[in-house]
Design a protein around this ligand. Structure first.
Ligand code: GLY
Length: 355
């Protein structure tokens, strides 16, 4: 099993990656949650049918009293009512501060399990067990937790680092193709902003990493290592972590305008494509580098544009939580593997997008 150590300012923990990693859940949980008697497994309807029994068995055999909270799958359920359901489950089961939550699922689940853990009894431990590519390479690592409100995605939440992330790459076998493709949005993002080696590996793999288990595990590992290095330097998004938002400022607007029906990773890919084009027009990115980036997105069946207008992007982005005062931190890539943060007012952002 591969391992990445995250050194966030508030907490250090391991991300364990490998085929069959779930079989070490009981042992690992006992190590990172000493004194715990109870565990709440949070999952959603699609994933629960596949893996909930295995996870509960692992935990019960390790001696924990296990309860579950399963919500209807989908971003539209990432709300406060479901969190209240989780709080109530834990209260009814008599959870104390040493007990813990397990998030079993994609990014919606790991974000919500983390948020429920961060708020119950002012904070209990959470172990993340991501099942989607997107959650493995991004959402489950780094402690961003939260829910959506009608005004926007992830507008309410907390930084709450997990005590352990266990990534069983064999879970990826059951992912529908479109969900796997969505995860590639975040994988390509890491390659663009910080990892030339990953870029080259993805290019060489020629669009097919799914069927090669060893390559897939290596790619997941490289992404987790990238994410861990960023979070270890800047846990709370005040500096380098903002570069992980490449494509997100635009992507979040597209996602929200679709009523959260368009997948996050697909919207991020569209956002990256739009920003790549704008960088070329602004003269900050060479056109051949830009073409290589867009070719990589297309190789992994990701879109590179959207019909949204620059005016609508700016209007939507000005409500985004990434806005500080009256400026936005827009993430640009000036060459493959190198991102920069540029502060822009609404007027500057509009000019950048429409030039
Ligand atoms: N998904 C971006 C971050 O964790 O900062």
């Amino acid at each position: 099993m591969r391992s990445v150590h995250v050194r966030a300012a508030s907490k250090e923990y391991d991300v364990l990656i490998g085929k069959g990693a779930v079989s070490s859940l009981g042992t690992e949980a006992k190590k990172v949650c000493p004194g715990a008697l109870k565990a709440l497994v949070v999952s959603e309807t699609n994933v629960a049918g596949l893996y909930l029994d295995t996870v509960k068995k692992q935990l019960s055999e390790a001696g924990f009293e296990v309860s579950e909270y399963v919500f209807e799958a989908g971003e539209q359920h990432k709300n406060i009512n479901e969190i209240a359901g989780m709080w109530n489950k834990m209260a009814e089961a008599g959870f104390t501060r040493t007990d813990f939550v397990v998030g079993l699922g994609g990014g919606v689940t790991t974000d919500m399990a983390g948020f429920a853990a961060s708020t119950f009894l002012r904070g209990i431990k959470v172990i993340q067990l991501p099942t989607s590519l997107l959650a493995m390479v991004d959402a489950s690592v780094g402690g961003k937790t939260g829910i959506d409100i009608p005004m926007g995605k992830n507008q309410v939440g907390a930084f709450w680092q997990p005590s352990l992330v266990l990534e069983d790459t064999s879970f990826l076998k059951t992912l529908p193709d479109e969900v796997f493709t969505e995860g590639m949005g975040e994988v390509t993002k890491h390659a663009f902003i910080m990892d030339v080696e990953l870029f080259d590996k993805l290019e060489k793999a020629n669009g097919s990493i799914r069927d090669d288990e060893d390559l897939l595990e290596e790619i997941v590992y490289m992404n987790v290592a990238d994410k861990a290095s960023v979070v270890s330097e800047d846990e709370t998004d005040n500096g380098r972590r903002q570069t992980l938002n490449f494509g997100h400022t635009v992507g979040h607007v597209i996602e929200r305008d679709s009523g959260f029906t368009k997948p996050h990773g697909i919207c991020v890919a569209k956002g990256m494509g739009i920003v790549i084009d704008a960088c070329v027009r602004a003269g900050t990115l060479g056109s051949s580098e830009a073409q290589k980036m867009k070719d990589l997105l297309k190789l992994y069946k990701l879109p590179v544009s959207d019909e949204i207008t620059p005016e609508d992007i700016v209007k939507g982005a000005m409500n985004d939580k990434k806005k500080r005062g009256d400026t936005l931190s827009v993430i640009l890539v000036n060459k493959i593997g190198n991102a920069e943060i540029k502060k822009m007012t609404a007027e500057e952002f509009l000019k950048f997008l429409s030039a």
